[in-house]
Design a protein around this ligand. Structure first.
Ligand code: TXA
Ligand code: MG
Length: 359
């Protein structure tokens, strides 16, 4: 248990944002690396820190639907319905951007991603930041308030769900004074669900660009129409590049039934070294029975429920990396809608190593 950021720390972090510097902060999904979204130079620092390609847009975090409306060209009735139903919470909406929005924020695209986080620390930061911006610049000079924030990890790496993870990712920035506003373990543990509504005003369908804890079915219910998968015309999403969220230890996904044989094969192929196996508690028990006293294989049990699984997924990936084992074999989760977001992250984590034959 870490302690949460104090009001004084939040106030000081808001000052840091107003000065155009970076601040890491807790949200209910994962920790974010934030900058004043209306300041292109500040936003550029996010890209530099992450090593992220500049054509990948960042999400703008806002205090509420009203604050979001300034960043987009129009809040359609569909957008309004989703905001009413799920904000604040783990949902990002992609909408046509307002003309004035700097292209650094939209990654050169005509759309913008907006999200209203529910975490009290993120909300307090947004409130404090807004007040200070108005105080420093004058109300007439503040057109819109928002914090641009991708996940607080280096490009392609595992997203942070604890303040300590952010410290690991950005040790130099933290040493140089970058604040981290702690808020405990992230409640959801994986990034927000991203829904693209940007093409609906031309008769296009809503699309699920990134699955998350908020499932497709509840979104469809509110919109009253099907939400399609990603297509070639949809706005680009870096979280959707094939290899992402990757640990440093070579990792391979297996169907649970195939694991015992795969482990046997690994033991034969590798005369030395340690294999980490990640599976459900029941699968781990079964493997233990099959493997007996084999000391080169260690099994790590994951929760049975998708929500609980998502909450610990990234911390588990990081913990395994820290053990520096030779290989990770990970049992895939069910191919059902409620596991969709987790399957997506596991696939991408494993995809980074797909070309390495010997894992
Ligand atoms: O849960 C989250 O969404 C976290 C926390 C910090 O809020 N943020 C996060 O940001 O995951 P990031 O940058 O790692 O992922 C944001 C995703 C990217 O895949 C990005 O491409 C997409 O949102 N996105 C942002 N603006 C977009 C736009 N205009 N068009 C299409 N995709 C956009
Ligand atoms: Mg990310």
């Amino acid at each position: 248990m870490t302690t949460w950021a104090t009001p004084a720390q939040i106030q000081s972090a808001a000052e840091t944002l107003v000065r155009g510097e970076l601040v890491a902060f807790a949200t209910e999904t994962v920790y974010g690396l934030g900058a004043d979204a209306s300041n292109p130079e500040a936003v550029a620092k996010i890209f530099a820190a992450k090593g992220r390609p500049s054509d990948h847009p960042v999400i703008v975090h806002v205090a509420d639907a009203q604050a979001a409306s300034v960043w987009v060209s129009e809040v359609s009735e569909f957008a309004q319905a989703l905001m009413d139903a799920f904000w604040p919470g783990p949902l990002t909406l992609i909408l046509p951007k307002a003309d004035w929005v700097p292209s650094q924020v939209s990654g050169g695209q005509s759309t913008i991603g907006v999200r209203c986080p529910s975490h009290p620390v993120a909300q307090a930061l947004l409130t404090e930041f807004s007040e200070q911006l108005i105080q420093v610049r004058g109300a007439e000079n503040v057109r819109a308030v928002g914090i641009a924030a991708p996940s607080a990890n280096r490009y392609g790496q595992v997203s942070p769900t604890q303040a300590a993870h952010v410290e690991q990712e950005f040790a130099e920035l933290v040493a140089a004074g970058m604040p981290i506003l702690a808020g405990g373990d992230s409640e959801f543990g994986i990034e927000s669900t991203i829904v693209d509504l940007s093409r609906m005003d031309q008769g296009g369908s809503p699309a699920l660009l990134r699955p998350g804890s908020l499932g497709r079915a509840v979104i469809e219910e509110v919109l009253g129409q099907p939400v399609l998968g990603q297509d070639a015309q949809a706005p680009r999403v870096p979280g959707s590049v094939k290899a992402h969220y990757a640990p440093r230890t070579p990792m391979r996904l297996w169907d649970a039934q195939a694991l015992p044989q795969a482990i046997e094969g690994w033991l034969k192929q590798y005369g030395t070294g340690q294999l980490a196996v990640v599976a459900s508690a029941v699968e781990c028990e079964h493997l233990q029975a099959v493997l007996g006293s084999q000391s080169r294989v260690q099994c790590f049990a994951m929760p049975n429920h998708p929500q609980a699984y998502a909450q610990v997924l990234y911390a588990q990936l990081r913990a395994l990396d820290a053990l520096q084992m030779t290989t990770i074999y990970w049992a895939n989760v069910p191919a059902t809608e409620d596991w969709l977001a987790i399957r997506d992250r596991l696939q991408r984590a494993g995809a980074a190593f797909e070309t390495e034959q010997s894992i």
